[in-house]
Design a protein around this ligand. Structure first.
Ligand SMILES: C[S@@+](CC[C@H](N)C(=O)[O-])C[C@H]1O[C@@H](n2cnc3c(N)ncnc32)[C@H](O)[C@@H]1O
Length: 319
């Protein structure tokens, strides 16, 4: 094979490699080292691999980690879909421009007839908060409107400037790269939907890995409550292996600056967990929320949220 053709093949193949494989290959010769460097710099420039509207760069002024490695999905995915994402290229020059975003709710593609919601002029029950709960409903696959409908606020992906900043003690964290006004949709918490049984097994494994330091998991358990206070729906969303920018949101004991809202899309089986700004957020501010009830565990991970009401230990989910 001619040298030029070989180089083209390598440029296509190397973005499929994980950081360890990339490092091994890059140590073999100058050319591979050069390709590897360009892949590393492309990866550090956009965690979202072009799946979001704006690039989400990694910023690290404290150690040598250029980026965090995981597979990207802009929305939650079911277990059968995650097998399609076992491998995902990251870091080539024209990646993903032709790939459909994995997991994203597909809008109605037929002739738009108006879905029935207020913004489209008819009378379905989409849109707005359901009174007395942190649940919101939007148009969805069951409606006749497209992605531009005003009642699809959370379905168009991330539309505010974000960056992922490294902290010596907390690891990576999601920060605002622009002013974000109170009430603005920030992002969804995307990842693999697990059964409770699977979530328990994963959490056990993550706890073991975390106790050795250097490992961060992103398994979130969400419960939807009835007005009586009883939980009626439990969702286990794991962004550790396959996730989106929300997997970098750290905990704050004071509740942080993000509000979590369950969004139900008309015609969709399951709700999605979405983050909205709970107050005005300044550029560079870290985005945080409360991971849940603080149940002090002897072996709990230390909390470095820095808030005046910090408990000193991260909340743990009793899966
Ligand atoms: C969902 S991940 C957040 C992103 C993570 N910092 C990273 O580097 O990938 C959750 C993990 O982040 C770390 N973390 C989150 N909030 C923290 C806090 N307030 N103090 C210390 N570590 C925190 C813990 O390791 C936790 O298990």
């Amino acid at each position: 094979m001619e040298e030029h053709a070989l180089l083209e093949c390598l440029e296509l193949a190397m973005p499929w490699l994980n950081p360890a494989e990339l490092a091994t290959l890059s140590s073999t010769c100058k050319t591979l080292n050069h390709i590897s460097k360009s892949i590393t710099s492309a990866r550090a420039s956009d965690a979202s691999r072009s799946f979001e509207n704006l690039p989400v760069p990694f910023v690290n002024a404290c150690d040598a980690h250029p980026y965090a490695y995981f597979h990207y999905t802009p929305s939650q995915i079911l277990p059968f879909q995650s097998s399609l994402l076992r491998c995902q290229p990251w870091g080539s020059n024209n990646q993903n421009s032709t790939l459909p975003p994995p997991g994203r709710i597909l809008p109605y593609t037929g002739e738009e007839s108006g879905c029935g919601c207020e913004s489209c002029g008819c009378e379905c029950l989409c849109g707005g908060f359901v009174e007395g709960s942190e649940v919101m409903s939007e148009c969805g696959p069951g409606c006749g409107c497209g992605l531009n409908c005003e009642n699809r606020v959370t379905q168009r992906g991330v539309s505010v400037g974000l960056k992922i900043v490294r902290d010596e003690r907390k690891g990576w964290g999601l920060h605002a790269a622009q002013f974000i006004p109170k009430g603005q949709f920030v992002c969804e918490y995307a990842g693999e939907l697990l059964t409770t049984e699977q979530a328990r097994r994963q959490q056990q494994m993550y706890d073991e890995l975390s106790s050795g330091g250097r490992f961060s998991s992103a398994l979130l358990v969400v419960r939807e409550h009835l007005p009586s206070g009883k939980a009626c729906l439990r969702m286990n969303i794991d962004g550790t292996r396959i996730g989106n920018v929300a997997r970098f949101i750290n905990h704050s004991c004071d509740g942080g600056n993000l509000l979590t809202v369950l969004v139900r899309s008309s015609g969709a089986l399951l709700p999605r967990l979405c983050f909205f700004a709970s107050k005005n957020i300044q550029e560079d501010e870290e985005l945080t929320f409360s991971y849940g009830d603080i149940r002090i565990r002897e072996k709990g991970l230390p909390c470095f949220c820095g808030s005046s009401c910090c408990f000193g230990v991260l909340p743990s989910e009793n899966t």
